[in-house]
Design a protein around this ligand. Sequence first.
Ligand SMILES: Cc1cc2nc3c(=O)[nH]c(=O)nc-3n(C[C@H](O)[C@H](O)[C@H](O)COP(=O)(O)OP(=O)(O)OC[C@H]3O[C@@H](n4cnc5c(N)ncnc54)[C@H](O)[C@@H]3O)c2cc1C
Length: 401
Amino acid sequence: MQNTDILVSGGGIAGPALAYWLGRAGFTVTVVERAPAPRPGGQTVDLRGAGRTVAARMGLLDRAREVSVEQNGVALVDGKGRFTATLPVDAFGGEGIVSEIEILRGDLADLLYQASLPGTEYLFDDTVTALEQDDDGVTVTFEKSAPRRFGLVVGADGPHSAVRALAFGPEADFVRPLGLYTSWFTTTLPLDLGGWYQMYNAPGGLVVSARPGRLPGEVKAGLSFRSGPIAYDRRDVAAQKQIIADRFAGAGWETPRLLAAMADAPDFFFDPMGQVRLDRWSRGRVALLGDAGYCATPLTGLGTSLALVGAYVLAGELAATGDHRVALRRYEQVMRPYVMEAQKLPPGGAGGFAPSSALAIRLRAASMRSMTRWPMRGILAAQFAKAGNIALPDYPLPAMR
Ligand SMILES: Cc1cc2nc3c(=O)[nH]c(=O)nc-3n(C[C@H](O)[C@H](O)[C@H](O)COP(=O)(O)OP(=O)(O)OC[C@H]3O[C@@H](n4cnc5c(N)ncnc54)[C@H](O)[C@@H]3O)c2cc1C
């Protein structure tokens, strides 16, 4: 590319991964992140299939293993905490619902951020407010920094992407809501999880989960519920906590204690789940990456892999040609089949994850018990392997400067 200055909006998973690979290819990269510092929150995310291969090519796998969270697997529990079904981590060779390398999202974000630092300029606490493209580049206006010119702008700013809104159109045109809201937070509530990611379903489409964190005594909690669209202020955390408290009032298992712990949680995160679907991931000199372009939702367990693989492919294609149009077309050709496979929801979709009735909850447990038995075990193993994998091209990306 003639103009080698690239702006990446979003310093989550996809953004720093792209900055790392672009740095290796010799581009000059600026990352703008709305938060004042790298965002630490989140539960464990899976590092498997092609996502794990990219992490290995970045030289991060050993470090990822060091900070990964030991878990036995996932267990469904009833109101009294009795296991009704389990899925051990090794059930599908470490490639299943709980994968062999489960790493806290914040730990992975930090690894990627550190890896990207040499040569990358970060603008924290800022955001893009306008994009103006012409034949030679993009003039970018920021909320706080002075306007600047870039050869390419990449939106890696998550499912509510500002870049996508500016260059492609309103969020409602591209986000398909799953009718599911989810919240996550960290607590040190003394729960005896025994190393299991425990999940409790209550009638009404409520899901309460608790899984071990990395630090001793740390618990990662999740509360999700099914609902049609609800109006709320995305910046008002207290109001969001109240929504959760109201929805889960009266639910069994450890819910009352978790709700009490939620009140003080510093890293509370609340969001509707929705898949992002676009016919094209670029418009001229503006491209989308990760959740901004093809969010699959946590139900698939593949969002992180999509972000890592997308970053590698986008940087590789840009490095391979001097023409951004060719590179962006190739990026799309390589990624599209992988994204389509990864966006397939598990059986039952949102209803399978958050059943509404007591009968459907019992069926969910029965279905999970059958997963590790013949013939489902073989069928699912093939599905997991297919969804998580892609034949990764080898790009001419030199070692880090
Ligand atoms: C705090 C947090 C916790 C999460 N926890 C989980 C989890 O527990 N389980 C799970 O499966 N997935 C979780 N996710 C989503 C997961 O990280 C992504 O699905 C996946 O890794 C793809 O990464 P991404 O970089 O495309 O998006 P993200 O990881 O969402 O990163 C997007 C980044 O863009 C930034 N951003 C947003 N808007 C703007 C803007 N206007 N200007 C500049 N920057 C902007 C955000 O602050 C964020 O840092 C979480 C995301 C966040 C932000």
